[in-house]
Design a protein around this ligand. Structure first.
Ligand SMILES: Cc1cc2nc3c(=O)[nH]c(=O)nc-3n(C[C@H](O)[C@H](O)[C@H](O)COP(=O)(O)O)c2cc1C
Length: 214
């Protein structure tokens, strides 16, 4: 987190007086961090899998102006390898702005606990036993719109497999946040990928999926 914070401060001088509220026990960058699974049940063989993710194209940290977001790249590798369905969480409001503006907007959303609306819905959530949940780390955790999604869908009873892209925070507090939201879900090993390494990270994603039993 400290590395990221330093970089952010370098990139955006006005962040000097702010503090990032990610948990201090974040996994190190690019670690495929391991969370103890409640049960060793996986996966596609036993039921349908869904990939739920948020990703922001446009100007982003360390990768410039990208047409496909870093997290979407990982979500697409997972889809390609597992055949899982995908649902992209797209906010109704626009995040089409410069990176420097976006970090301010996102921080303010988080500070106020806003729950921005999202487009579309998953009509057949009951069909899915396994749910991949993918996100960029925004200020240590999910973008607020993902919490809007979690308010709407009860994922208790499912197997949840989190994945993140980030620039230093690893998984941030994503896994802990999900465990609080869904205490009766089972959790499998999560994967954190540096955003700058998403485009070259396919083999690493496949290795992780293979270890999970896909
Ligand atoms: C608003 C905002 C906040 C961010 N906060 C963090 C952070 O707290 N920790 C971190 O490691 N990276 C942070 N990042 C970097 C992103 O997590 C990283 O670039 C990610 O790969 C973006 O994924 P995407 O292209 O799918 O949106 C932030 C980026 C943005 C735009």
């Amino acid at each position: 987190m400290k590395i990221f914070k330093t970089l952010m401060i370098t990139a955006v001088g006005m962040l000097l007086s702010t503090s990032c509220n990610a948990s201090s026990d974040n996994k190190t960058a690019n670690d495929a961090a391991s969370e103890p699974a409640k049960e060793s049940t996986v996966s596609a063989k036993e039921g349908k899998a869904l990939i739920i993710y948020f990703s922001h194209a446009g100007e982003n940290y360390a990768v410039g102006n990208i047409e496909v977001g870093n997290t979407k790249i990982i979500a697409d590798y997972i889809k390609e390898y597992t055949g899982a369905d995908q649902f992209e969480v797209v906010a109704e409001k626009s995040y089409d702005m410069s990176y420097n503006e976006l970090i301010k907007v996102a921080q303010e959303e988080q500070r106020k606990g806003e729950k921005p609306a999202f487009k579309g819905s998953v009509n057949n959530m009951d069909d899915y036993d396994t749910v991949f949940i993918g996100t960029p780390i925004w200020w240590g955790t999910f973008p607020q719109v993902m919490f809007t999604f979690f308010d709407k869908y009860d994922l208790n009873g499912k197997t949840i497999i989190p994945f993140t892209t980030h620039e230093g925070s690893g998984l941030g507090s994503v896994v802990n946040d999900l465990k609080k939201l869904y205490p009766n879900a089972s959790f499998e090993k999560a994967l954190a990928t540096k955003g700058t390494e998403a485009r070259t990270g396919k083999d690493r994603v496949i290795k992780w999926l293979t270890e999970l039993g896909f």
